[in-house]
Design a protein around this ligand. Structure first.
Ligand SMILES: Cc1cc2nc3c(=O)[nH]c(=O)nc-3n(C[C@H](O)[C@H](O)[C@H](O)COP(=O)(O)O)c2cc1C
Length: 368
């Protein structure tokens, strides 16, 4: 037991048992939460290789755009044999379009599970009646939409939602139970309201009310879990059956492996050695290039994540400045090779999960 984390007692023994979402049996209770613009195929493949992840979900995808075959949308649906099990998250407000998109995805074997977005706060999504605005219709429209999607596909359908629109309208417990009756196989609850955006604290009490409202489906707690201590608190205070982690996984792709190890043995183990982190960074870049099908475009995609790596690895500022204007893989290798040869700087520690000094996005880019 080498870390401060090792002092945190693991959750109850039932956390060691695999979790099933309908017919889908998951090896771990820790899922990757969707982060539009980040949790694409290259990142998912890389994080899965580290280990410990249950289910991964795509970025939110517009149901109508799926049915229209929009090229950019098809890119978001890119997957691979190693990218399993996978949920595709769809958003929209029209029940027929949502059901049609779900059917289209399942017929093409692009998803083992369909997730319905009811959390997105951005105006572009909300003004169409989709995302978190679905949490406002408690009179039947939202439940009808969910039922249509469930009836359209033979795979598990899940919902990712917020606690409600604002503090006066905490509709998540009501909806979770209604969705369960409509055949939904699990819900994930981000413990904030739409009004909160990504600010303020996560309301564990609110998540607990959802756990208490459902009869037997799993409830995943979500929000601000960055390491073992946060996960322990989420489980203890909400009784959730599993946890979805978004930004914490960007800052530390080892978080799932650590959580799985903590649940199994009480010891989370390291958050990746220095060389493993360098390897992860290179693989992520290489996969972005493959995904985009173009070296320069892949490098441009990498620029927005380069700073996490340079911070986590404590690489000098000049390396960070070079990576944010990166144009090819050769340039990357020339920049990084001396650090791989030299090994970690003296103050660098692979054990400290609490202080991963990595800036992550506060929320989706569009304002709301
Ligand atoms: C940049 C960014 C993009 C996001 N995109 C999505 C999305 O496409 N679908 C979704 O359901 N939630 C999305 N979310 C919300 C996250 O899945 C998650 O609920 C939220 O970030 C809280 O969890 P975390 O603290 O573990 O990140 C996004 C969040 C961020 C920061």
């Amino acid at each position: 037991m080498t870390t401060a984390n090792a002092m945190i007692p693991p959750p109850p023994a039932w956390y060691r048992e695999p979790l099933s979402i309908g017919t889908l049996r998951l090896a771990s209770r820790f899922n990757l939460a969707p982060l539009a613009g980040y949790t694409n195929l290259p990142y998912r493949l890389s994080v899965r290789e580290v280990g410990g992840v249950g289910l991964c979900t795509t970025d939110l995808v517009n149901a109508r755009a799926i049915l229209l075959g929009i090229k950019k949308t098809m890119e978001l649906l890119a997957t691979a044999p190693g990218d399993r099990p996978l949920a595709v998250q769809i958003f929209g407000a029209n029940p027929d379009e949502m059901a049609g998109a779900a059917r289209w995805l399942v017929e093409r074997k692009l998803a083992e599970s369909i997730d319905i977005n009811m959390g997105c706060p951005v105006r572009k999504v909300v003004k169409t009646g989709g995302g978190s605005s679905l949490l406002c219709d408690t009179t039947g429209g939202t439940i009808n939409l969910v039922r249509k999607v469930v009836e359209a596909v033979p795979v598990p359908v899940t919902v990712k939602m917020r606690l409600g629109w604002d503090d006066e309208n905490l509709s998540a417990p009501f909806f979770a139970r209604e969705f369960e009756k409509a055949g939904v196989a699990a819900v994930t609850v981000h413990g904030r309201t739409r009004e909160q955006g990504f600010g303020g604290g996560v309301n564990h009490d609110g998540i607990r009310r959802v756990v208490e409202a459902v009869e037997s489906i799993p409830v995943y707690g979500n929000g601000d879990v960055r390491g073992i201590a946060d996960a322990a608190r989420m489980i203890e205070e909400t009784g959730c059956h599993g946890i979805a982690i978004g930004r914490g996984a960007l800052a530390n792709p080892w978080v799932f492996r650590q959580l799985a190890s903590w649940v199994a043995t009480g010891d989370p183990g390291p958050r990746g050695t220095y060389h493993e982190r360098l390897g992860f960074m290179r693989l992520h870049l290489r996969r972005l290039v493959e995904w985009k099908g173009d070296e320069k475009y892949g490098c441009i995609q990498f620029r927005k994540v380069a700073t996490w790596y340079t911070r986590a690895l404590r690489l000098p500022k000049r390396v960070q400045q070079a990576l944010v204007v990166l144009v090819n893989l050769r340039q990357f290798d020339d920049l990084i090779a001396p650090f791989a040869d030299a090994g970690p700087p003296q103050e660098w520690s692979e054990w400290d999960t609490h202080s991963a000094p990595v800036a992550v996005p506060a929320g989706p880019i569009s304002h709301w």
